[in-house]
Design a protein around this ligand. Structure first.
Ligand code: FES
Length: 149
C-alpha cells in the first residue's frame, strides 16, 4: 500500500531530523534553528519516536515552532505552539504528494518536497501546490506533554 511506503520514509526522515535537531539543540542551546546559518527562534524541536500516550513534551515544542513526531501507531504528526501555551497538532503528511512536512518556523509549517507552506494556527495552505490544508489532530496537554485526544 502506498501510504505504508510513505510512512516508512517518514520514519527514516523523522529519525534523521531528530538526530540533526538534537545535535543542533545541544550545540546551540534553546535558540537553535534547523538552519545554523540563519539565526532566529527555534524552529523544529527534536523528534520523538512513538511514545504512548504522549506525543511530545511541551518543552520540546517552541513558541512559533513545532516538532515532527510519530504517534503511537507510527503516523507522522506535527505538533505546534502558535501562541504561548496553545498546542495544536496536524497530520504531518502533506496533501500535495504525501511527503512529510519537516520544518516549523514563525508559525509556518513547511513541506520540503515542493515548497507548500501551511499555517500553524489552522493548518490551512499559505502557499505552494498543496490542494488543501493539513488534517487537524485533537490534542491536549497532560502532565507536561502534548497527548492525543
Ligand atoms: S508533497 Fe508537499 S509540497 Fe509536494
Amino acid at each position: 500500500m502506498e501510504f505504508g511506503t510513505v510512512t516508512g520514509q517518514v520514519s527514516r526522515r523523522t529519525v534523521v531530523l531528530g538526530s540533526l535537531s538534537a545535535g543542533l539543540l545541544t550545540a546551540c542551546g534553546s535558540g537553535a534553528t534547523a538552519n545554523p546559518s540563519s539565526p532566529g527562534p527555534a524552529s523544529v524541536a527534536a523528534s520523538q519516536g512513538p511514545v504512548s500516550p504522549g506525543l511530545v513534551p511541551t518543552s520540546q515544542v517552541p513558541l512559533g515552532g513545532g516538532a515532527v513526531v510519530s504517534d503511537a501507531q507510527g503516523n507522522p504528526v506535527v505538533v505546534v505552539q502558535p501562541a504561548a501555551g496553545q498546542y495544536l497538532a496536524y497530520s504531518a503528511v502533506c496533501p500535495h504528494a504525501g511527503c512529510p512536512v519537516s520544518e516549523v518556523s514563525q508559525n509556518q509549517i513547511i513541506c520540503p518536497c515542493h515548497g507548500s507552506v501551511f499555517s500553524s494556527t489552522d493548518g490551512s495552505v499559505l502557499g505552494g501546490p498543496a490542494p488543501s490544508g493539513l488534517t487537524p489532530i485533537p490534542v491536549k496537554v497532560s502532565g507536561g506533554e502534548v497527548v492525543a485526544g
